[in-house]
Every structure is written in C-alpha cells, then in structure tokens.
Design a protein around this ligand. Structure first.
Ligand code: ATP
Ligand code: MG
Length: 245
C-alpha cells in the first residue's frame, strides 16, 4: 500500500502475506504508525490496496465488519438504533432489525440503556455498542482496531474477557490490533508481530492455551512465560535482530 505524500509516495505496507483461518482469533501487534489500521481497512474493503489481492476461499456470502479505533457511533441515533443500523442499511425490516438489536443490547450488557444517546455513554459502553453493531451483521471476519485503547485498565480487562466470551459463542474469525501484550496472549490463537517503515509481518507466535479460557489463565506460569516470549520477540523485531521475512 502506498499513499501519495509531499516527498513522493509513502510506502506503508510491503509484502503482506497473511492467511486467516475460519474461527481463528489473531492479534496484530506492532509500533504506532506501522500500518496496522491501514491493513485492517484494506481487509474491511473500505480501502483499495495499491497492489495485491485478498482471496476468500470459502463461505459466500462473505461479510466483514470493522470496529474502528474511534467508535464512530452516530450521535443522533440511540444505542439500539446504532446497533440496528447495519441491518437497516441492508433493508432488513425495521421491526426485525430492532428485535435483533435488542438481543445484542442484552448480550453486550447494555440492558436499560437502549434508548440512551451516545454522548451519555462511558467509553466502555460506547465500545460495547460498536462491537454489537459489528456482530449483528454476523460477519465471517471481524476486524477490531484497538477496541479497548481508550479504556481504563480495569474496564479494559473486563471488556476483553467479555469479548472472548462473545466470540466463543459466535465463532467468527477475528483480527484484532492491540498494543497490549497480555491482552494479545489471553485472547489469541496466533499473534502477528508487525514491523514499521514499511509495515510488514515479521514474526508469528502461536498461543496454544485451551479454550474456553478465563481470566485466571493470566495467573499461571505458562501465561507469564508466553508474555515474556512475546515481549522478547517484539524487542528483537525493534532491534532489527528478528527474522525479516
Ligand atoms: N489516507 C492516508 N493518506 C496518507 N497517509 C496515510 C493515510 N492513512 C494512513 N497513512 C499513513 O500510513 C502510516 C500508517 O498509518 P496507520 O494508521 O495504518 O498506522 P497504525 O499502525 O494503525 O498506527 P497506530 O498504532 O498509531 O494506530 C502512517 O504514516 C500514516 O500517516
Ligand atoms: Mg491504528
């Protein structure tokens, strides 16, 4: 992916070669400005790559939903209207769209807030709305761009456990950008380590812990060992001693 800039073209992504598998939870971790959001926007089909292709091997109709770094809720729509929006855009009957949205309000723990305006929500609640609005589309691929980046540490931990539980019930493929090593290890089947200038995937780490997982996993020695391994891998990449495929 190249963007035009004042000094000619800016190469943001180079040789991205990535396979995502059905029902896999993958995390993307890497420096700020390395092109992670750009890659997600390409995968979400909201940005056309300069070159290269994305192949979908099975499962037509293939739906993908993205939760952007900023929540992007419509301020003039209530919680339930925001969640129902993707269905209304697809011309689903309004009563049916609101019925499904009502179910999602419950699933993401927002009961009682369905008629609230986005400006009256906390960051965690707004993020729940954004995730529900993505999942109501039953996407085969869910792209999450630092979904918990703006939340305090405790809310963030709680939200990531909630996301994991929701994901285990919907079983969609997830690619999530995060800057948190422990969040990535807790949630992922696979972690992709990104390098910058230009952005590329230089390392992968498989996370073998069994599912379903709970928050207690974080208190185990295996978890500590895996987070250390990931931290070392990221350090190697940063110092240029990593594998630069
Ligand atoms: N539409 C655009 N036009 C020009 N340059 C862009 C555009 N979108 C992104 N860029 C540039 O591409 C690079 C990568 O940006 P991107 O937002 O993908 O990074 P990121 O890895 O998501 O960073 P962060 O972790 O801070 O969110 C940056 O240098 C950014 O300025
Ligand atoms: Mg980003």
């Amino acid at each position: 992916m190249r963007f035009p800039s004042d000094e000619g073209e800016l190469e943001v992504l180079e040789n991205i070669d990535l396979d995502l598998y059905p029902r896999e939870f993958a995390c993307l971790i890497g420096p700020s400005g390395s092109g992670k959001s750009t890659l997600l926007r390409i995968l979400a089909d909201v940005l056309e790559p300069t070159s290269g292709t994305i192949t979908i091997r099975n499962g037509a109709p293939f739906t993908r939903a993205i939760v952007f770094q900023s929540y992007n809720l419509l301020p003039w729509n209530t919680v339930i209207q925001n969640i129902a929006l993707p269905l209304l855009i697809r011309k689903v009957d309004k009563a049916e769209a609101l019925r499904q949205a009502g179910e999602w309000v419950e699933k993401v723990g927002l009961s009682g807030f369905e008629n609230e305006w986005p400006k009256n929500l906390s960051g965690g609640m707004a993020q729940r709305v954004a995730i529900a609005r993505a999942l109501i589309q039953k996407p085969k691929l869910l792209l999450l761009d630092e979904p918990f980046g703006a939340l305090d540490a405790l809310t963030r931990e709680q939200m990531s456990l909630e996301l994991m539980a929701t994901w285990e019930s919907v079983q969609t493929t997830v690619l999530m950008v995060t800057h948190s090593i422990s969040e990535a290890v807790l949630l992922s089947d696979r972690i992709l380590v990104f390098q910058d200038r230009p952005g590329k995937i230089v390392e992968q780490l498989r996370i073998p812990f069994e599912r379903p997982r709970t928050g207690q996993l974080r208190d185990t020695p295996e978890f500590t060992r895996t987070t250390r391994q990931l931290r070392e891998l990221i350090e190697q990449v940063k110092n240029g001693t990593g594998d630069t495929r």
